[in-house]
Design a protein around this ligand. Sequence first.
Ligand code: AMP
Ligand code: MN
Ligand code: MN
Ligand code: MN
Length: 293
Amino acid sequence: MHLLNADLHCHSTASDGSLSPTELAQRARKGGVVLWALTDHDELAGQAEAAAAAKALGMAYVPGVEVSVTFAGETVHILGLDVDPEHPGLVRGLAALRAGREGRARAMGDSLAKAGIPGAYEGAIAYADNPELVSRTHFARFLVEQGHCANVQEVFQRFLKEGKPGFVEHKWAGLGEAVGWIRAAGGVAAIAHPARYHFSPTAEYALFSEFREHGGRAVEVTCASHFPDEVAKYAEMAREFGLLASRGSDFHAPGESRVELGTLPDLPGQVTPIWSLWADRLAERYEASLAQH
Ligand code: AMP
Ligand code: MN
Ligand code: MN
Ligand code: MN
């Protein structure tokens, strides 16, 4: 159970990934994934296709989403796993969040124009299928295409990180709001890539305790953003706060993402995997696949 190849975090063309849910499912299967979740930013539009593709390939599927939250002045991402993708409260909450993206993108475009990069809003929109889904990643792809930077990482460093010319402050969902939507939709909330935030130890402690108080139950321990010492740190924090541990590649696009679907190290031994919640479902899936052979 512990060593199950679960990959519970990635992005499709329904947010800022470059592959369709079906293409991602195929790639996950190739990477040996047996339990998979698609977790687009603030969007559930890829869920039906992802679930169908997973089923066709014999992978167990967990419907997911990655919710943008503002906590203590920073953007924090909260994964919702095993949510009902049709739950009206969750659907409404995410729609309200997405509605803010277009205006933010216009402000980013204006700000980049002042920094000598014209046309970035239109360029980014062309990369996003829908203006509601436009993200910094789409701006980054446009700037690379225009030759301003060699790759997406460099664009973030020079233009899109906090304090850089293309960064625009934005207020996302509240922590309690996001965890509330996820729980109402029957899901489990998990703090995504905790090592990515720039919190003081006190603010980080507040994030974990408030998250727990709101009913959050898990934390991403093994993910592409974490160095081995960070995996150990968050495994320890998972124990301290009584949280389940998740594992996800955060795969976005071939050639952009450092880690392929299904290829991360296993969770460290001392944590309880989030998929211990779904043992029945996994057992059924295994029995079904054994019966086929
Ligand atoms: P947004 O939701 O528009 O703020 O965009 C956030 C997305 O930008 C994240 O989900 C990542 O896909 C991407 N991102 C953030 N920081 C970096 C970075 N340093 N390098 C590459 N991609 C990044
Ligand atoms: Mn992203
Ligand atoms: Mn994220
Ligand atoms: Mn992500």
